[in-house]
Design a protein around this ligand. Structure first.
Ligand code: SF4
Length: 269
């Protein structure tokens, strides 16, 4: 933990977290705005709206500049609800969290077309979902109208471009050095991805050490060209997950970064 660590808490637990830096999540935007009125704005580093069928208007002009995230739970059923939240973009950087589930690509395209940034919430995608991810990656890389980042693709591409691998745990907001996740039941976990109690990691554990001891010892990780950035991310929770598909996506990103560099070199020659 360090001075930048913040806690992602449900709104109802606000009274129990009086000193920490917070991301507060709620399904009641109006309640959020009034509950945080008396709080030190320096402590609030972001807010998440977890139910998109609510009215987010009370947040439009509230705390301008505060990063907001809209969380889709069912991307196919809920993506039309994004239209009702576009006014948030007038005063906030706003990002849509899209779970990688069948049909999620449509939600990504709508979010980006509305000018929201996107972060994919990805677990251990099976082959059919890898194909959908590949299509979204193609869209992100080659569709000129895409003006907003789609994470983790964006951060990984930058990492390959600058030859400084970007940690997937950080890109995906799962690095407990910076973020602790408090469940709706009030149980503090290291990060959202490690909410599984079987992760069995002490609250003060060092994620880097845990990755090295538990995930990256995997034989496939040891021989993987993407270990520096991925850090065994896709070997959790099932250690026998076959990474062929996600490595293919990393390969596309690496090739795209190399192509971009070549284009820039030619342009500046
Ligand atoms: S892509 Fe798979 S094999 Fe490679 S480092 Fe990540 S989890 Fe390990």
């Amino acid at each position: 933990m360090n001075e930048f660590t913040h806690y992602n808490i449900p709104l109802r637990l606000l009274p129990a977290y009086r000193r920490e830096r917070l991301v507060v999540r709620t399904d009641e935007p109006a309640a959020l705005a009034s509950a945080l009125e008396a709080e030190d704005p320096e402590r609030i580093v972001g807010a998440q709206i977890v139910a998109l069928d609510t009215d987010s208007e009370p947040l439009n002009a509230w705390a301008p500049g505060l990063p907001l995230e809209l969380i889709l739970r069912d991307p196919v059923a809920e993506f039309p609800l994004l239209y009702r939240h576009t006014n948030l973009l007038d005063n906030h950087p706003a990002r849509v969290i899209v779970p990688v589930a069948p049909g999620f690509g449509k939600a990504v395209k709508v979010a980006v077309s509305l000018d929201f940034a996107v972060r994919l919430e990805v677990e251990q995608p099976e082959p059919a979902l890898i194909e959908e991810m590949a299509a979204v990656l193609e869209f992100y890389l080659h569709q000129p109208t895409v003006a907003q980042p789609i994470e983790y693709f964006h951060g990984s591409l930058r990492g390959f471009f600058h030859d400084e691998p970007a940690s997937l745990w950080v890109l995906q907001d799962d690095d407990p050095q910076y973020l602790r996740y408090v469940t709706d039941e009030g149980v503090e976990r290291l990060s959202r991805r490690l909410v599984d109690p079987n992760a069995n990691i002490a609250p003060d554990a060092d994620l880097g050490e845990w990755i090295a001891q538990v995930l990256a010892v995997d034989e496939e990780c040891q021989g993987c060209a993407f270990l520096n950035g991925c850090g065994g991310y896709f070997k959790w929770p099932r250690r026998d997950y076959d990474c062929a598909g996600v490595k293919r996506l990393f390969g596309h990103l690496r090739d795209a970064a190399a192509e971009l560099r070549r284009d820039l070199d030619v342009g500046s020659a």
